[in-house]
Design a protein around this ligand. Structure first.
Ligand code: UP6
Length: 261
C-alpha cells in the first residue's frame, strides 16, 4: 500500500471521496490536511484564502466556532471549490446509530449537507456506519473511522483496532479511510491513512497530545494525509509555515514512493 503513488490508489478506491482526495493530492502535489481549529469564522476564512491552495483537505470542528452562521458554510464551500480542497468535519461521532443520524443530518450544523467526509468511532458497533450510510440527501460522502489515536494513554487496544478495520471492510462504498498511526493497521491501498499528531519536531502538549515528525509518520508509519493544526494555525506566519509543511510532507511522500528509503 505505502509504496503505491496516490494516482494509482485513486483507481483502487471504492469510496468516491477517497478517490477524489487521492486525485487532488496527485494534482496539487500536497498531502497536507489543515486542521482549522479556530473559533472565529472570519479567521478561518481569512486563513483558508491564503493557504487553501497548499492543502488537499481542510478539517473542521464546526462546534467550536463562536459566530457560526450558514453563510460561513457557503463561503467555505466556495473556497473549497475555487482552491480545490475537500472538507472533513472531525465530529468523531460515537453514539447509537439513531442519535448519530440525527446529529449528522439535523441540528444547527446539518453536517451531511456540506461535509465531504466525517470522522466516527467504531466503539458503538456497526449501527453507527449503517446510520451514516442511510441518509439519503447526499451523493458523495465518506467516513474516516478512528482505528488509533495520537493521544497519550488512550484506551484503544490492538484488538479494538483490528475489529475496527474488519467493520470498515463491510462498507467499502462508505469508508474513506482510517484515522490511525501505524503502517500495518490496514492493507487496502484504496483506503486513506489520515494521521494527526504531527509537527516539525517531536514533542507533546500539556493535555496529552503527542507529536511525531513528518519523516516518522510518512516514511515509518505509513501516513497518506497528514493533519497539522497548531503547527500552522498558531505559527507567527501561518501562510509561510503551511508552505514549509507542504514541501516537507511532499518530499517525504516522494521518497517513500520512489522506494529509496
Ligand atoms: N485529532 C488528534 N488525534 C487523534 C484524532 N484527532 O489530534 O487521534 C485531531 C484533534 C485536532 C487535530 O481533534 O483537531 O487532530 C490535531 O491538532 P494539533 O495539530 O493542533 O494537535
Amino acid at each position: 500500500r505505502v509504496l503505491l503513488p496516490y494516482e494509482k490508489r485513486a483507481k483502487l478506491a471504492t469510496n468516491a471521496v477517497a478517490k477524489q482526495l487521492f486525485d487532488i493530492m496527485a494534482i496539487k502535489k500536497t498531502n497536507l490536511c489543515l486542521s482549522v481549529d479556530l473559533t472565529s469564522s472570519t479567521k478561518i476564512l481569512d486563513l483558508l484564502e491564503k493557504v487553501g491552495e497548499h492543502v488537499c483537505l481542510v478539517k473542521t470542528h464546526i462546534d467550536i466556532i463562536e459566530d457560526y452562521t450558514s453563510e460561513f458554510i457557503l463561503q467555505l464551500k466556495q473556497l473549497a471549490q475555487r482552491l480545490n480542497f475537500l472538507i472533513l468535519e472531525d465530529r468523531k461521532y460515537a453514539d447509537i446509530g439513531n442519535t448519530v443520524l440525527l446529529q449528522y443530518s439535523k441540528g444547527l450544523y446539518k453536517v451531511e449537507q456540506w461535509a465531504d467526509s466525517v470522522t466516527c468511532h467504531s466503539l458503538p458497533g456497526e449501527g453507527i456506519l449503517k446510520a451514516l450510510n442511510s441518509s439519503t440527501n447526499v451523493i458523495s460522502r465518506g467516513v474516516f473511522l478512528l482505528a488509533e489515536m495520537s493521544s497519550e494513554g488512550n484506551l484503544i487496544t490492538p484488538d479494538y483496532t483490528e475489529a475496527t478495520v474488519k467493520m470498515a471492510a463491510k462498507y467499502p462504498e462508505l469508508i474513506t479511510g482510517f484515522v490511525c498511526q501505524k503502517k500495518d493497521t490496514f492493507k487496502d491501498p484504496g483506503l486513506i491513512q489520515l494521521t494527526p499528531g504531527v509537527q516539525l519536531e517531536s514533542s507533546k502538549d500539556e493535555l496529552g497530545q503527542v507529536y511525531n515528525t513528518p519523516e516518522k509518520v510518512i516514511l515509518e508509519n505509513g501516513a497518506d494525509v497528514i493533519v497539522v493544526g497548531r503547527g500552522i494555525v498558531a505559527a507567527k506566519n501561518p501562510e509561510s509555515q503551511a508552505i514549509i509543511y507542504k514541501d516537507t510532507l511532499w518530499r517525504c511522500y516522494m521518497k517513500r514512493v520512489s522506494g529509496k528509503m
